[in-house]
Design a protein around this ligand. Structure first.
Ligand code: PLP
Length: 431
């Protein structure tokens, strides 16, 4: 079932026509479907429900919106965080500290202390020194920090180079060859309650083979650590499963993934943690935008929309593809370059793309923007952060305002706000 579909020729989020949202809050705007979020969240947990012991920590970096986190918390998700800001958001959303996992290659002292004080459930150590420092902080508080060691299995996830994390040359995890000795040393620290291992080899992974290979390496390490006398009770398998961005993309099914996990981990006898991000929220969001101009180009026209790389960075960052579709398609198509208004040549969403025909003033969407969309937004070119809206059935709610960060400190009293009234869609056409 698609939660973004056409009704009477108009693209809707669940039962809400997207023009209604554009009229209410203006464009660009990130629109999420609560139904799609629930469906994806439940599909993931129910696929893995037969595992003896599993915990689910949503990767907050994919979508830190409070309404999204609250919905996921209600469905049994904890949080995988990478910063103090994400910790605050997770706790504010009602996620129990015990269900928070702290990943991240550069946790500051402040972040480590705050997470200890909050009583989070698991620190994923990225280097030996981090373990030593964390142990000291915990000892001073008279506690022991629950931790696992993140290992780099030296497996290429077969995804874009910039979202590959499992090769030994990357900054993430500790080299698997030195992991057993490091584990021996860390396990002796009073302030650490070292319970096992973690890995994460990358994002938007479209093939189960590298995941399986990585999990097998971790399985061998579990055996080796047990042979050295360690009690291993936890393994964190990270996230990484991809989603279909293009109509022709085929991704591994959750059933196949769950079967692979069950097969590989059968004898591990540990509690498994999963840190899914993209697969939970990616398909549950669209970025709604309005065409500002259709500008003639040398080869193809430029469809210049009011969303830009500051609203959706993935295309500029890693040439990512997001399907573009008219909100009221008329059956005609065109070949065009799709561009944002930001003053960067790279502010392009697509080049030489066959798309729905659009004219100035029309609404369109970029699909599959619910993960690493608003999460990566910036205010570059002094563009406000776009609002976010959550649709549930036939109702919708503003779950993040249109804001221009840092603006308030310089704005003088009585100066007009940068966020104007919602644009009503009446766009003058050139004579
Ligand atoms: N866990 C860690 C440690 C990550 O770095 C990431 C993202 O790269 C994730 C989980 C979530 O990955 P994904 O959104 O691909 O599921």
């Amino acid at each position: 079932m698609s939660f973004f579909d056409y009704r009477d020729g108009v693209l809707c989020a669940e039962s809400v026509p997207l023009p209604t949202i554009a009229d209410a809050v203006g464009t660009p705007v990130h629109v999420y479907s609560a139904g799609a979020l629930r469906q994806a969240a439940d599909a993931f947990t129910s696929a893995l429900r037969d595992l003896p012991s599993a915990r689910f920590a949503f990767a907050v970096k994919a979508n830190p919106n409070g309404a999204v986190l609250r919905l996921l918390a209600q469905r049994g998700y904890g949080a995988d965080i990478v910063s103090g800001g994400e910790l605050r958001r997770a706790l504010d959303a009602g996620i129990a500290p015990a269900n928070v996992v702290f990943s991240g290659v550069g946790k500051t002292d402040r972040e480590l202390i705050d997470a200890l004080e909050a009583g989070i459930g698991q620190f994923n150590l990225e280097l030996e020194e981090e373990g030593r420092v964390l142990a000291q902080f915990a000892r001073r508080r008279g506690s022991r920090a629950p931790a696992v060691l993140r290992v780099n299995p030296d497996i290429d996830g077969g995804t874009h180079a910039k979202i590959t994390t499992g090769r030994r040359t990357s900054k993430f995890g500790v080299d698997i060859a030195g992991a057993p000795d490091m584990y021996d040393r860390l396990a002796q620290l009073d302030g650490l309650d070292l319970q096992g291992l973690a890995l994460h080899i990358g994002s938007q992974i479209s093939n189960l083979e590298p995941l399986e290979a990585a999990y097998r390496r971790i399985g061998e390490l579990v055996l080796e650590l047990r042979a050295r006398g360690h009690t291993i009770t936890r393994v964190d398998l990270g996230g990484g499963l991809g989603i279909p961005y293009r109509p022709e993309d085929v991704m591994p099914s959750l059933t196949d993934y769950a079967a692979m996990v069950a097969r590989v981990t059968r004898d591990w006898n540990v509690c498994l943690t999963f840190e899914p991000g993209r697969i939970i929220t990616g398909l549950a969001g669209v970025l709604l935008t309005r065409v500002i101009w259709v500008k003639p180009g040398v080869t193809h026209p430029f469809v210049i929309v009011d969303a830009a790389m500051n609203d959706l960075a993935r295309p500029a960052l890693y040439d990512a593809y997001h399907r573009f579709a008219a909100v009221r398609p008329d059956g005609r198509t065109m070949v065009a370059n799709i561009a944002g208004p930001v003053c960067e040549t790279g502010d392009m969403f697509g080049i030489d793309r066959a798309i729905d025909h659009v004219d100035r003033g029309e609404l369109a969407v970029f699909h599959a923007t619910g993960a690493y969309g608003a999460a990566m937004a910036s205010s570059y070119n002094s563009r406000p952060l776009s609002p976010q809206v959550m649709v549930d059935g036939d109702t919708f709610e503003l779950v993040a305002d249109r804001t221009l960060p840092h603006d308030t400190s310089t704005r003088r009293q009585n100066e007009p706000r940068t966020t104007g009234p919602a644009f009503n869609g009446a766009m003058p056409q050139a004579a």
